[in-house]
Design a protein around this ligand. Structure first.
Ligand code: EPZ
Length: 418
């Protein structure tokens, strides 16, 4: 397993480019299964999860062509299988996103039940309940979700909880259903909107994306087309956090400031000077130590859970006492123990972590446990005294494209060792 070795103490300055959003490209790749012609997707990030999804689409029989700019053309005209096998779903929970498209396009789907992961049990009961409401005969047996339905029917579905991939799965299924589906309490994340825009470019009739009520008028077929994925707001926020924690100044280009408002407000509360343009955000910490902030994660447009770990690292070295409450996942504080090994002062009370900022963290061998937790460990290592070894960086590679090159280009002393 490769490791990252980071020598702390450098102030990060410069520009990086945001890649396409992982959590938009995954559902959009799944949506290609709905089309009766090739779909070309642009701005695809070079991530392990994208590779896994391409492997899954290939297993189903789709033909994939990737060009040198990593544009992916998926031709779903010769799908031969409707089964997403355990060994692929085990690697990536987001494989559940092929369930709705396979069922809607081919009338049947068999998807291994995605296990939990480090951050929580991650049930998919709402995906199943919604598809059943649309007429699917759907059951869970022998670790697989097995669904059949000659043609799904539009339904009015009220989601008990705001679920991002649940909203996406049901939106994709409804696109080819007979009649209209109304999805209440839908997720409003920008990645959900990106999927809706992609489906509409393929001939779907999805209305209300970005609000909590989606109205989807089912159509008989979706054609192929082209779509460019929106920039990754979490990758963007992570590089801005690298500037904030090291007292530096970083501009992230090719990004969307409008998708990060709740996070930018917190950076300003921490003392950063934020300036934005149509497709860039600059964070200037002006050499100051951050001030501790109070955060409560919640579904979009509130503060995103995927930025929680990064702000735990920021609060760890900030001036004063901060509190971070995690309301989305039940076990998303694994990074706290690792950061404490570097000298961070945290107190965990239920789903809230109280931090008392320390002026200096010290390097220690630490281990990544999940994607965003590993990003927070890298951020802490950037200001840790000495060389920090971050182990199990395969977690990082799932969500960050070339993290050591990008941080290195900003002045970080970081290298990957096998
Ligand atoms: C998506 O996960 C993202 N993944 C996650 O990003 C992100 O943290 C999460 O949304 C919240 O924003 C992708 O988009 C691929 P949920 P998802 O369904 O859809 C409960 C990352 O770091 N729930 O919105 O799986 C669930 O347990 C990843 O990039 C049910 O109870 O999350 C959780 O408590 C991590 N039943 C809450 O809802 C269901 O059927 C929100 O989960 C579905 C969800």
């Amino acid at each position: 397993m490769s490791k990252l070795i980071i020598t702390g103490g450098e102030t990060l300055r410069g520009e990086v480019r945001a890649c396409g959003a992982k959590n938009a490209v995954l559902p959009i790749l799944a949506a290609t299964l709905l089309a009766d012609g090739p779909v070309t997707i642009g701005n695809v990030p070079h991530l392990q999860d994208v590779t896994t999804t391409m492997e899954l689409l290939g297993r189903l029989g789709a033909q994939l062509v990737v060009d040198e700019k990593l544009n992916i053309e998926v031709d779903p005209r010769c799908i031969t299988s409707h089964t997403a096998p355990y060994e692929l779903v085990r690697q990536m929970r987001a494989s559940i996103l092929v369930l709705g498209p396979l069922l809607a396009r081919f009338g049947e789907a068999e998807v291994s039940l995605p296990g939990g992961c480090a951050i929580g049990s991650r049930p998919v009961n709402l995906h199943i309940k919604g598809l059943a409401a649309m007429g699917a005969d759907i059951r869970v047996e022998e670790g697989y979700i097995r669904a059949r339905c000659p043609r799904l029917k539009g339904a009015r579905i009220v989601l008990d909880l705001v679920t991002v991939t649940g909203t996406e799965n049901l939106m994709m299924a409804a696109a080819l259903a007979q009649g209209t589906t109304i999805l209440e309490n839908a997720a409003r994340e920008p990645e959900v909107v990106d999927l809706a825009n992609c489906l509409n470019a393929m001939g779907a009739q999805v209305h209300g994306a970005g609000t909590d009520t989606l109205v989807i008028d089912g159509v008989d077929r979706l054609h192929g087309g082209q779509y460019r994925v929106l920039p990754d707001r979490i990758e963007t926020g992570t590089y801005l956090a690298a500037a904030a924690i090291t007292g530096g100044c970083v501009r992230v280009k090719d990004t969307r400031p409008d998708t990060l408002e709740a996070v930018l407000v917190k950076f300003e509360e921490a003392g950063a000077v934020i300036t934005t343009g149509p497709d860039w955000i600059e964070l200037d910490m002006q050499g100051r130590r951050p001030k501790a902030v109070h955060i409560r994660t919640a579904p979009y447009p509130a503060f995103p859970t995927d930025m929680q770990a990064q702000f735990c690292a920021l609060n760890a070295v900030a001036e004063g006492v901060g509190t971070i409450t995690e309301t989305v996942f039940e076990n998303r504080f694994m990074h706290i123990n690792e950061l404490s090994r570097m000298g961070a002062q945290f107190q965990l009370e239920g789903n809230t972590v109280i931090s008392t900022g320390v002026a200096q963290l010290t390097a220690a061998p630490i281990m990544a446990t999940d994607l965003r937790a590993s990003a927070s460990l890298v951020l802490a290592a950037l200001v840790g005294k000495g060389d920090t070894v971050v182990d199990r960086v395969y977690h990082i590679d799932r969500g960050y494209d070339c993290i050591e090159e990008k941080l290195g280009s900003l002045g970080a002393l970081i290298r990957r060792v096998p």
